[in-house]
Write a protein that binds this ligand. Structure first.
Ligand SMILES: Cc1ncc(COP(=O)(O)O)c(C=O)c1O
Length: 389
């Protein structure tokens, strides 16, 4: 039977725990989204959102999940039959590629092994070979939530520039925004895709597109059918503080509060906190004698760690025991990783002692499931937290 005292530990890599401050901010009466109070909310919110994306350009907010924001990025910038290049990093890059195919785009995948990020040289080589500039966009999942691998977006941008190729760069930051260093303008990204339910510490329900001038220009001639996702009417209504259709009013109250929290902590401190927790988690995993799925130490994710189990052990059975005994949810293995990995989310509203509790539950669960681990993983993490404070 599940324990009933204390709070549930929601340690999946998103949706993440929503801070009480944000919950309270959302628990307010819904106002007229065509009235003056709402216009003031929007006009204050939009400029506060830019710094989180590292942009001074427009950020479009949708009442949608991240998948909607994926579709919006493609539908606003591309035309039927356009060739797009997607680096295979795991389940989410695969889903984005499938979505692009369903929209009528001609999708080319650079294969990957689900343990590495996008290989910048592979992108550069493919673009260099594309002398006719048939490729219209390169799509990268910044932080692949199925594997805990963070692709090196600046190196991908550098490879695109070195190839002298005009393709747009579209980046999914759904599990990295406000957790892992990210700079839309400085890194020359054309569309940044994001969602509310991870680093932004909100419930699911908001999708975002940060848009470069180049992407905006491309949207004027892009031919894919679009209506709900069309940037133009949203950006136009936003200038007056409104949206063309009913926005997710109470989520926007929450967003205002979450942005205030991020601003109070400061983004560099937010990123450093995530890196520290990720490093402490890896220290625990290695001390247990288990393997971190990410195979390149330049690409460790700050927001989650995927842990590989030894052959013959079922990661979902470990997760089941941990949920039953300790009331903690961990991320399941997705796609081809089903059963072989579990994922520890350490992002969003999260501190040292949340990590200590999380790893305590994981260690006990592994032992109860009969996975052969060495003791001391939690101690190794605590030492890291104590000393790298
Ligand atoms: C990296 C990444 N991309 C896309 C998605 C899909 O977003 P949503 O489930 O909000 O539609 C997710 C969801 O976890 C994700 O982690």
């Amino acid at each position: 039977m599940s324990p009933t005292g204390g709070r549930h530990f929601l340690q999946i890599p998103g949706p993440t725990n929503v801070p009480d401050r944000v919950l309270r901010a959302m628990a307010a009466p819904t106002i007229d989204h065509r009235g003056p109070e709402f216009a003031e909310l929007t006009k204050a919110l939009l400029p506060a959102l830019g710094p989180v994306f590292g942009t001074t350009g427009p950020v479009v907010i949708y009442p949608s999940s991240g998948t909607g924001a994926w579709e919006a990025a493609l539908a606003n910038t591309l035309s039927p039959g356009d060739h797009v290049l997607i680096g295979e990093t795991g389940q989410f890059s695969t889903l984005w590629a499938e979505l692009a195919g369903r929209l009528g785009l001609d999708v080319e995948v650079i294969p990957g092994d689900w343990r590495h990020g996008v290989v910048p040289d592979a992108v550069g080589a493919r673009l260099t070979a594309d002398t006719g500039h048939v490729i219209k966009a390169v799509c990268v999942v910044h932080n692949e939530t199925s594997t805990g691998v963070t692709s090196r977006v600046p190196a991908v941008r550098a490879a695109m520039d070195a190839a002298g190729h005009p393709a747009l760069l579209l980046v999914d930051t759904i599990s990295s925004l406000a957790s892992i260093d990210y700079r839309h303008d400085e890194w020359g990204v054309d569309v940044t895709v994001a969602g509310s339910q991870k680093g932004l510490m909100l419930p699911p329900g908001l999708g975002f597109n940060a848009v470069s001038e180049k992407a905006l220009a491309a949207s004027r001639s892009a031919g894919l059918p679009r209506s709900y996702w069309d940037w133009a009417p949203i950006l136009d209504a936003n200038t007056r503080g409104f949206f063309p259709y009913t926005p997710a009013t109470n989520l926007l109250y929450g967003l205002r509060e979450a942005l205030a929290m991020l601003d109070e902590e400061g983004l560099p401190a937010v990123f450093a906190r995530h890196q520290r927790h990720a490093a402490a988690t890896r220290a625990a995993v290695r001390t247990w004698g288990l393997e971190v799925l990410c195979a390149d130490d330049r690409e460790y994710s700050g927001s989650l760690t995927a842990v590989l189990l030894p052959d013959g052990h079922d990661a979902d059975e470990v997760r089941r025991i941990i949920l039953d005994r300790f009331d903690m949810s961990l991320g399941t293995g997705l796609g081809r990783l089903a059963g072989t990995v579990f994922r520890i989310g350490h992002l969003g509203h999260f501190n040292d002692l949340t990590l200590a509790g999380t790893l305590g539950g994981v260690q006990m669960g592994l032992q109860l499931a009969g996975v052969p681990i060495k003791p001391g993983g939690v101690d190794a993490a605590l030492e890291h937290l104590r000393d790298a404070g």
